[in-house]
Design a binder for this molecule. Structure first.
Ligand code: PGA
Length: 251
């Protein structure tokens, strides 16, 4: 059985004092049997890593550069993320795709660089509302996934976590129903399987307005292996309830 994974994406929120309070609020509330990580903004990675380690809370970055080092002002390299204790890295989040123009090619390169460096990439995919309404949701998500498989190959892809985050559900309070999410997760798994990826061990997270109220129903679906949580990860009570729901679903 795949171990459930719950990842908090703090986006561009937090400061040293608030981070401390938030991690403090998670003390004793990271359940055994579930993997939990948070992704703070890059200036706070080292702080959050040090605070989180004794709690069993791993740390991830929200993005990385596709380059190794050099004259790339503002970019952060995979080796630097590892150096400050990151285990995970989000790649291709819809806010990066939309606000920073990241296309499938660049996203695939970043996933490859992350894996090569020894980071665990979480590849974010998802369709917009217009694409869903136009009946293209599966096709869009399939091509987002396949562009990474094509570059990496099936063996390396087995080491990638996929996060399905419909763009229309992110930060909107409008979550996909467990059935809608499960259908897309099953479609992603099938597409990976057809590409020759050893899918039994590949975790597919759902993201988009996950809260303590809807987490259990999502985690009950056979192909939903955890969650990527934005807004609700900024409140210790809400985030720890989501982690508890993951633990309950796993037991
Ligand atoms: P949300 O964000 O939980 O606030 O919808 C999820 C995400 O963007 O990863």
């Amino acid at each position: 059985m795949r171990k459930k994974l719950v990842v908090g994406n703090w986006k561009m929120n937090g400061d040293r004092a608030r981070n401390l309070a938030l991690i403090d609020g998670l003390k004793g509330r990271i359940p055994a049997g579930v993997e939990v990580a948070v992704c703070p903004p890059s200036p706070y990675l080292a702080q959050v890593q040090a605070l989180g380690e004794p709690l069993g809370l791993a740390v991830g970055a929200q993005d990385l550069s596709p380059r190794k080092e050099g004259a790339f002002t503002g970019d952060v390299a995979a080796a630097m993320l590892l150096d400050v204790g990151c285990e995970w890295v989000l790649v291709g989040h819809s806010e990066r795709r939309t606000l920073h123009g990241e296309g499938n090619g660049l996203v695939a390169e970043k996933v490859a660089v992350a894996l090569e460096a020894g980071l665990k990439p979480i590849l974010c995919v998802g369709e917009t509302l217009a694409e869903r309404d136009g009946g293209q949701a599966e096709e869009v998500v399939r091509s987002q996934v396949m562009s990474v498989v094509s570059l990496l190959g099936a063996d390396a892809m087995a080491r990638v976590v996929v996060a399905y985050e419909p763009v229309w559900a992110i930060g909107t309070g409008r979550t996909a129903t467990p059935e809608q999410a499960e259908l897309m997760h099953a479609c992603i798994r099938e597409c990976l399987e057809l590409a020759g990826v050893a899918v039994a061990g590949v975790r597919i997270l759902y993201g988009g307005s996950v809260t303590a109220a809807n987490a259990a129903a999502l985690f009950a679906q056979p192909n939903i292996d955890g969650a990527l949580v934005g807004g609700a990860s900024l409140v210790a009570d809400g985030f720890s309830s989501i982690c508890a729901a993951a633990a309950a679903a796993a037991s």
